[in-house]
Design a protein around this ligand. Structure first.
Ligand code: ACO
Ligand code: ZN
Length: 167
């Protein structure tokens, strides 16, 4: 069966992740990021938040993904108060396919879905040394709202970056 494509970027199709894509997603994560999760974690996020778990596919190969959660908690953008927040848990593109706009597009599409779910802001954590990703988030309107010391297992701090999503 043909899978429903959300958008195309040249020959790259962006669509929702399906259970059978998870092994490929885990493979991309293993190649591109030092943070790994249990297999169960991916299936659980897909089960709970299928609208914001997207994959980019080229020639029937998954080359990138984004997975997110919708959470309710203290606002990262406002001084006080609670907010419904989108959380970009992980986004990655295989190295040979970077710089083609895939990362930008999957984040934008995930944000559209978060807005549809009435999230008012979106946040993520990123290694302070990951300049490429930080630049991309800044380009998309994210701002550093705090620095989380010792956030990663190897001791590296994270920036918490967040953006308001106006409708
Ligand atoms: N390789 C890498 N970056 C390039 C390249 C290239 N060949 N060419 C241009 N860029 C730059 C550009 O400045 C571009 O910005 P522009 O749109 O102003 O030109 C910027 O990278 C991002 O461009 P995209 O093509 O939209 O993003 P991409 O598909 O390359 O994905 C990503 C960005 C996901 C950060 C990717 O670099 C990656 O997978 N990195 C490793 C994993 C990672 O660090 N993920 C984020 C961790 S934090 C978290 O998950 C919350
Ligand atoms: Zn996170």
């Amino acid at each position: 069966m043909q899978k429903a494509v959300l958008t195309r970027l040249g020959d790259v199709a962006i669509r929702r992740c399906e259970r059978e894509d998870i092994p490929a997603v885990i493979g991309i994560n293993a190649k591109t990021l030092p943070e790994h999760y249990s297999d169960y974690f991916y299936y659980e996020i897909l089960e709970d938040f299928p609208e914001t778990f997207l994959v980019a596919e080229l020639n029937e190969e998954v080359v990138g993904y984004i997975m997110c959660r919708i959470e309710y908690g203290f606002s990262n953008m406002k001084r006080f108060g609670l907010a419904k927040k989108g959380h970009v848990v992980s986004v990655a593109v295989l190295e040979e396919h970077r710089g083609k706009g895939i990362g930008t597009k999957v984040i934008q599409l995930a944000q559209e879905e978060m807005k549809r779910k009435t999230a008012k802001e979106c946040y993520l954590e990123v290694r302070v040394s990951n300049q490429e990703a930080i630049d991309l988030y800044q380009k998309l309107g994210y701002k550093v709202t705090s620095r989380l010391e010792g956030y990663y297992r190897d001791g590296e701090p994270a920036y918490l970056m967040a953006t308001l999503m106006d409708s």
